[in-house]
Design a protein around this ligand. Sequence first.
Ligand SMILES: [Fe+2]
Length: 439
Amino acid sequence: MSAINLDYLVQPDRVHRSVYTDPTLFDLEMEHVFEKIWVYCGHESQVKKPGDYWTLQIGRQPMVMVRGEDMRIHVLYNRCPHRGVMLCGNQSGNTGKHFVCSYHAWSFKLDGRISAIPLAKGYDGTRLTFDDPQASMVPAARVDSYRGFVFASLSPTGPSLTEFLGDSKVAFDDICDRSPEGEVEAVPVCHRVMQRSNWKFFMENQLDALHPSVTHQSTGVPARRVENRLKAEQGKAPLFFHYLSTFASSFDQWDSVQTVNFPNGHGILKAYMGLRPTDPDTLEYEALMKKAYGEAKAEEYLSRSIHHVLVYPYLSVQSPLQQLRCLRPIGPDRTLSEIWHFRLKGVPEAIYRRSLWYFNLVNSPATMINADDLENWTKGQWGLQSKGGDWVSFHREHGRDTETDGVSYSNKGTSEVVMRNQFKAWKAYMQPVVAGAAA
Ligand SMILES: [Fe+2]
């Protein structure tokens, strides 16, 4: 392979199309980004009891998150050390006290250590012994959690989880602080969508404030029409019309929403939906919050200006509505997304249903919002695979953002500083590729 010139591929205001399409670059970013950084595995409530597990992918590696007998959560390579067969073939379940391989019944404790091998005498005198780590499942190098959200890193070295998350950890604070108990529970329904596009399309789209009133016009405009008619006829319209009608806000309105772009590619799109109605359910909920935290703290928690938080390069959290989407890249033009929502502990059912409505109306595979984005990303991938041009433009508002202490604040909501910031992080993660080539 010819040497990779990152300075050529990623320029301050444009990016070469190959970073979205080239299989070699994809493999390198799996190796140098996804298989080194902290990757979200799941929420601890997904594995409540010993033996509960969920499978997931970290980079190209099949992993399993499991609750141990001692209630600790382990993240292990989903691979039998005998012949390499995946131990858990299902997405989730309970494996009892052991993982048992479906091929030759080697069994392992919930922390991955070898437990039993049929006819074990067959190994006497060979160099495979029970105390050899190679006879056990391999654990992720590091596992940690933040407010119940579990992450793993396949690299024994590097920043701690909180260092990696930096300011983006507000995603999890904002989700949890909205519960009077300070905790949430994952609703164990995970929609999964295979996006036929590079993972970067999704990450760029999440804080792309210019696209909603174009891409989602066909949903937003009719929703606004019905919302207005209901308001005229009945004095009010259900909140879920608002979820959709705000997509059709004007360009000027979108341009007035700020994005905040942190180191490591993380970022925030500030709030624009106005999610503090004054109906009886909301008032009851806010009273519970004030009782739990006091007036000032409750107000702080309820008024954080956040719509989306991105944990680069794979997570989009809509904390005010307890939504989370996680990317598992499969190939340069294939990205699996997992779509989750969470239940705030200790709140009225009506508040949970708001989260469910948003999950179904905006994020689920069945909604026109998600479908319209998916169509754009697929067409984008096709376009970048073509010979119709080499560059992807990120010129909008270039040089006109405010940078303070490594954080870039857009002065126009539609500034492409979001993408410029993401590629700055990508380039930094990919530096070892260049160093390796020079060595
Ligand atoms: Fe969209």
